[in-house]
Design a protein around this ligand. Structure first.
Ligand SMILES: C[S@@+](CC[C@H](N)C(=O)[O-])C[C@H]1O[C@@H](n2cnc3c(N)ncnc32)[C@H](O)[C@@H]1O
Length: 315
């Protein structure tokens, strides 16, 4: 291997840094949201109230990076970015605030002051849409449950609904802010009469008193550092009846698209959650065994990439 050419390396550093700053600035300034409106946009600077020359410089970089496309009629966001817009759980402005906080995070380790405090029905509904194909895949892979299903950190209850048999009851535990989303989805799925809910934290609610044939917890453990996540698994396991199972869903699978997606997800998580972290599949299998359950191999789920599920039974 030859040492890299210093001038070429300097150019690479300058280009990558300039591109990253242009991307973040386009998100923070609202330029991206203007370009995501139906276009083309002949004068995005005027539309977004930004400086025309500055916008031109940033757009040239974004075009080179495949974020925007320039035609004779004007500028538009790239098709993949419009598609990302449909799946975003929080608005672009929230992402901009979070990532703009990275330098301060390096200094203090503190989350962004602007980080949302609660999930809201709109956020968890978007999460539900993003995971729709995975919920069907997992439902087909697991035995049907006829008794009680308890979903903790349920959000829209998309997992609990998919993993409950047609005659099962569903009880959800979550923050009071999101319970309306769970109730609405359960009613739409025809489960309204078999649905009930408790508002509160999984660390405070007596989960053992809600013991069920199936306990589901999806995309929640990554909100907690390992010791707390282990405690959460113990509490969840305490609610599994003999013969029943615990189903955990999270970003457990090494990302097929490479390390960058996982590292970016982990950074984003930590910028908004004081304990946010991505737990690896083998670590969670171990935590489940510690809690006295017998786990099966991880089920790899299709969307989003990296999502996986663990089913663990109480014998
Ligand atoms: C990323 S969302 C996942 C929602 C849903 N399970 C899904 O996969 O679409 C995390 C959910 O966990 C809830 N949550 C966070 N901390 C919690 C806690 N300590 N106890 C119970 N729920 C919690 C949030 O309110 C939110 O609804």
């Amino acid at each position: 291997m030859h040492d890299p050419d210093p001038v070429h390396s300097m150019l690479r550093a300058n280009t990558e840094l300039a591109t990253a700053s242009a991307m973040l600035a386009a998100v923070q300034s609202g330029l991206i949201e203007v370009l995501l409106q139906p276009g083309p946009h002949p004068d995005p600077a005027a539309e977004s109230g930004l400086d025309a020359e500055a916008v031109q410089r940033v757009l040239d970089l974004l075009a080179a990076a495949g974020w925007v496309e320039g035609t004779e009629g004007g500028w538009t966001a790239a098709g993949w970015l419009a598609s990302a817009d449909e799946a975003l759980v929080a608005p672009w402005s929230t992402l901009g605030h979070l990532f703009a906080h990275t330098a301060q995070f390096l200094r203090t380790g503190e989350i962004a002051p602007s980080a949302p405090r609660h999930y809201l029905p709109a956020n968890v509904e978007r999460l539900a849409r993003m995971q729709a194909s995975s919920t069907s895949v997992l439902a087909a892979a697991l035995p049907v449950v006829h008794g009680r299903v308890l979903e903790v950190g349920a959000g829209s209850a998309v997992w609990g609904i998919a993993l409950a048999g047609t005659d099962a009851t569903l009880h959800v535990v979550d923050d009071a802010h999101v319970l309306p989303a769970a109730r609405a989805r359960a009613e739409a799925a025809g489960l309204g009469a078999r649905f009930s809910a408790t508002a509160g934290s999984l660390f405070d609610v007596d989960l053992a008193a809600l013991a069920s044939e199936r306990v589901v917890c999806a995309n929640v453990l990554h909100l907690f550092r390992p010791e707390r996540a282990r405690e959460a698994v113990r509490r969840l396991a305490s609610a599994v009846l003999p013969g029943g199972d615990l189903v955990l869903v999270d970003a457990l699978v090494d990302d097929p698209h490479g390390a960058a997606d996982r590292a970016a997800y982990a950074l984003q998580l930590r910028l908004r959650q004081p304990e946010g972290t991505v737990h690896r599949g083998p670590w969670l299998l171990d935590a489940v065994r510690d809690a006295g359950l017998v786990p099966e191999p991880i089920v790899v789920l299709p969307e989003p990439a990296g999502l996986g599920a663990i089913r663990a039974t109480r014998r």
